[in-house]
Write a protein that binds this ligand. Structure first.
Ligand code: CA
Length: 240
């Protein structure tokens, strides 16, 4: 499902390793208006795209350190995340353009491009997204619908998870905890953060509430998914 947010709070993720080009795009996206976030590494860009959303647009350069723009695009779509994607290609790379659209990009722009061209493409993408959105402009959450982490698959819509194809029996709270972790792999959460973010502010929970749930979830997932970070709390990682 495409998300539409009020124009003033639109967020754009620019994954581009040429600082001048990235800054130029950020500057002109700001006029639309929208807030731009710049990332130069493809792998980190993919992580941000999935974990720090909802985004209203991803701008992906083709050649990036870490992970190429086409791979980022494919991975975002493989997670079921339907955010508008604009690819940036070098002049004359017709093959890349076709590939980009096949892999789920919505449009492409060939470098060098004019400011007006960039803004026109972005406006067109947002118009299309608005038409596809059932609510025409109402804010909706736009996180991916499922995640695959090593042998585990997690479905946000069905609120179910499978390990090696076998469904896990999770309580609603355990599912919420798992989804929260899996959306932000590698990030260490304190028990208080988990209480606030998963149980909700104002919940009469205690640290040991978190510990109990984590221990039960760990037993169900098996070794290697939820690490203890001494002095901090917990972190989710794909097993080695
Ligand atoms: Ca580049």
């Amino acid at each position: 499902m495409r998300a539409m947010t009020p124009e003033s709070s639109r967020r754009v993720l620019i994954v581009e390793d040429e600082p001048d080009v990235a800054r130029l795009i950020a500057l002109h996206v700001a006029e639309l208006p929208a807030a731009a976030h710049i990332e130069s590494d493809g792998r980190e860009g993919l992580r941000l795209a999935l974990a720090q959303g909802p985004w209203d647009l991803l701008v992906l350069d083709l050649n990036l350190p870490g992970l190429g723009g086409l791979e980022v695009c494919r991975a975002v779509r493989a997670k079921g995340y339907d955010v508008p994607i604009l690819m940036l290609t070098a002049r004359g790379s017709e093959l890349d353009r076709v590939l980009g659209l096949e892999l789920g990009a919505d449009d492409y722009l060939t470098k060098p491009f004019s400011v007006m061209e960039l803004q026109a493409r972005v406006r067109a993408l947002w118009r299309r997204a608005a038409l596809r959105s059932p609510s025409h402009g109402e804010a909706l959450p736009a996180s991916p619908e499922f995640l695959q982490v090593a042998a585990m698959r997690i479905d946000r819509v069905q609120r179910k998870a499978w390990m090696h194809g076998h469904e896990l029996t999770l309580t609603p709270r355990e599912f919420s905890l798992l989804w929260h972790f899996a959306n932000q792999p590698g990030k260490a959460f304190s028990r208080n953060e988990l209480l606030a973010e998963v149980w909700g502010y104002g919940h009469d929970g205690y640290d040991h509430t978190v510990n109990t749930h984590i221990n039960r979830l760990r037993k169900k997932l098996g070794d290697g998914y939820i690490d203890t970070v001494w002095g901090v709390g917990y972190r989710f990682q794909a097993p080695p």
